[in-house]
Design a binder for this molecule. Sequence first.
Ligand SMILES: [Zn+2]
Ligand SMILES: [Zn+2]
Length: 93
Amino acid sequence: MKCPYCSGENCVDEYIIKLYISSIKRFISRKNTPFEGAPSVGEVGNCKKTGDKIWYCPHCNTLIKSFNSEKIIIKCSNCNKEITLPATNRTVC
Ligand SMILES: [Zn+2]
Ligand SMILES: [Zn+2]
């Protein structure tokens, strides 16, 4: 899959994407989730050239650039659907 930063094919390990997809499927099959309908974005690696974090959107199955946000629910820069940020990206007040 193409890296959103350098367009290289080797920045993200396909195996990590597969792991993420299987964990998201478990998430969706669970009912009492805190953020209904919005699965958390996948942190699937870092660009080998820029070192930036690469995210994976479960809605459009695309690699997207990461960005900082104070909100927990963000919109995918590609498909505009809601995804939640992983806990490590949240700003603690
Ligand atoms: Zn890259
Ligand atoms: Zn998307």
